[in-house]
Design a protein around this ligand. Structure first.
Ligand SMILES: Cc1cc2nc3c(=O)[nH]c(=O)nc-3n(C[C@H](O)[C@H](O)[C@H](O)COP(=O)(O)OP(=O)(O)OC[C@H]3O[C@@H](n4cnc5c(N)ncnc54)[C@H](O)[C@@H]3O)c2cc1C
Ligand code: FES
Length: 282
């Protein structure tokens, strides 16, 4: 009998741990483990790739992989509750089962980053795949292959900062320049206050032998790019990850295209140079 694999068939995974990330409790990190132990062992991905996550009966949606390939045996997805599928996922308990297809997309260009200084600029919960990349670079097996690492991360207020446990760890290290900012602090906040483009300008990371990756709300990206340009980063050394609406994730449905590009296949990561050549449909 001929066996035909179905690209739309999700792999079943169990939710091993659910962590609430923010004070208003609408962002959670889901640690998941594939039920098939062979798949759990063999699943490979690159920081910046995404999975199509399904809750049976509700539907599926694309979510960036927030764990690092150096985390063995499990995956993490950090999900904001915005609609049908994400609400169904937020209503889950540890032990519940979900579906995962993937990994999909190109991911951050690790090889192009090797030997260079890396600047990561993230805003809000869009920090997820930059967190994956930072964890990957900081892992003992990889740290020597990259130059200086600067991470500039901001949220609206201290309660909205995600991955506080990672931020605390990274603050203790001397091989990462971590700058955390909030738009508006509260009475207990002693850190930086200010919008990311302003803090980026103030920090002024050198563009010499450097490559930058930016993820965040469109307004943050719009105001950060001129700062990067002023700092001397060329459009080919500024990377962005697009969050278009998607249906199939595998280049079949045409839901995610921008000009001639399918964000699910050719992206979600593009250089600013590539995006300048595409219609502004994103
Ligand atoms: C490559 C990629 C990576 C992503 N990574 C993450 C992630 O790590 N964490 C996370 O929380 N979300 C992520 N998203 C966004 C996520 O896919 C959407 O929030 C999700 O599809 C919403 O599904 P839903 O059924 O809950 O919402 P729906 O019921 O479909 O919609 C609810 C509301 O959200 C809006 N919406 C839905 N999808 C999008 C979208 N892609 N862009 C803008 N507005 C949208 C709708 O217009 C509507 O207003 C990613 C998207 C892409 C394309
Ligand atoms: S999501 Fe279907 S073609 Fe990209």
């Amino acid at each position: 009998m001929v066996s035909i694999s179905n690209p739309y068939k999700p792999n079943i995974a169990a939710l091993r741990k659910i962590t609430t990330e923010n004070d208003v409790n609408d962002i959670k990190t889901f640690e998941v483990v594939f039920e098939d132990p062979d798949l759990a062992r063999s699943f490979r991905y690159t920081p910046g790739q995404f999975g199509m996550i399904s809750y049976f009966g509700a539907g599926e949606c694309p979510i960036g992989i927030a764990s690092s390939p150096t985390d063995e045996g499990f995956l993490e997805f950090t999900i904001k509750k915005v609609g049908t599928v994400t609400t169904a996922l937020h209503n889950c308990s540890e032990g519940d089962r979900i579906g995962i297809r993937g990994p999909y997309g190109n991911g951050w260009p690790i090889e192009a980053m090797e030997g260079r200084n890396v600047v990561l600029v993230g805003g809000g919960f869009a920090f997820t795949t930059l967190r994956s990349l930072a964890k990957y670079i900081l892992h003992d097996d990889n740290r020597g292959r990259f130059g200086d690492l600067t991470v500039i991360y901001g949220a609206r207020n201290p309660g909205e900062l995600i991955y506080k446990y990672d931020l605390e760890d990274w603050e203790q290290r001397d091989d990462i320049n971590l700058i955390v900012t909030v738009d508006k602090g509260d009475s207990g906040w002693t850190g930086k206050e200010g919008y990311i483009p302003t803090i980026l300008k103030e920090a002024a990371p050198s563009s010499k032998n450097a490559i930058a990756a930016i993820c965040g709300p469109p307004i943050m990206i719009r105001f950060s790019i001129p700062v990067m340009t002023e700092l001397g980063f060329s459009p080919s050394d500024i990377l962005l990850s697009l969050e278009m609406r998607m249906k199939c994730g595998i280049g079949k449905c045409g839901r995610c295209n921008v000009g001639s590009k399918f964000v699910c296949l050719d992206g979600p990561v593009f250089t600013h140079e590539e995006l300048q050549g595409l219609p502004k449909e994103y």
